[in-house]
Design a protein around this ligand. Structure first.
Ligand SMILES: Nc1ncnc2c1ncn2[C@@H]1O[C@H](COP(=O)(O)OP(=O)(O)OP(=O)(O)O)[C@@H](O)[C@H]1O
Length: 223
């Protein structure tokens, strides 16, 4: 039996503003993401990739159509989002940054330390736990941002141009970490990018063109 999808977008559209200044960032787009999927969404700047990801995350409301999370119910907290910029808190060390959402969610010791250590190890920055953000590289900071999301044990990880601020080698290492960690946690992964070297690392390639998503059958793992 096919498992329920994690997220389904049905004829979804998102328009910003009204009247002559209105911009339709996403139009007539439909897709579903299943457990185990590894999807790249390619497309030029301004084609609507980020907006689609925000709709999938429940961070934006569609103007038309619907977004639902059949396998998650209303638990969009099971969705983790990684942005282009790591946005670490400069006064907190790496371990504290990675654990911050868990602290806010009320997770207590010893589980807190355990989950942070696991997440930092999954992306290979466990040796940096006591460093401040200013003491680590951009690539390392982005790994910490990924660890911060992984510590929440998401079932779906949405990464918006996660390698956009990194050089080619650091970008590939970040992608290795994302692929390994999501496989380890059994989380689906959706990555937006316009970098061929990133896109080719994912199993399934979708494209955005002027706000419209073109999908292919995803090689999803279903159970
Ligand atoms: N909050 C907003 N208010 C107004 N317009 C917006 C908003 N967010 C996005 N847009 C517009 O929607 C269109 C799609 O933007 P979006 O950021 O989704 O594209 P993108 O493909 O992710 O681009 P990039 O690769 O440059 O990040 C653009 O024209 C953008 O200016």
């Amino acid at each position: 039996m096919t498992a329920e999808p994690l997220v389904v977008c049905e004829d979804v559209a998102r328009t910003f503003g009204t009247g002559p200044a209105a911009v339709t960032a996403v139009r007539d787009s439909r897709c579903s993401v299943h457990s185990g999927a590894r999807i790249a969404i390619a497309g030029p700047s301004g084609s609507g990739k980020s907006t689609l990801l925000h709709l999938m995350a429940g961070m934006e409301q569609p103007t038309r159509g619907s977004v639902s999370w059949p396998a998650l119910g209303a638990r969009t907290r099971d969705i983790g989002v990684v942005f282009q910029s790591p946005s670490l808190v400069p006064t907190l060390d790496v371990g504290e940054n990675a654990g911050l959402p868990l602290v806010i969610a009320g997770v207590e010791e010893p589980e807190l330390a355990q989950r942070v250590a696991e997440a930092l190890a999954l992306v290979g920055v466990d040796d940096l736990a006591a460093k401040l953000p200013e003491e680590i590289s951009g690539g390392q900071a982005q790994r910490v941002a990924v660890a911060r999301v992984l510590a929440q044990r998401p079932r779906l990880l949405l990464a918006d141009e996660p390698t956009g601020q990194l050089d080619r080698a650091a970008g590939q290492r970040l992608l290795d970490a994302l692929l390994d960690a999501t496989e380890h946690l059994g989380a689906a992964l959706v990555v937006t990018s316009h970098d061929r070297a990133v896109i080719e690392r994912l199993d399934t390639h979708w494209t955005m063109h002027e706000g419209t998503l073109r999908t292919t059958e995803s090689r999803a793992v279903t159970s």
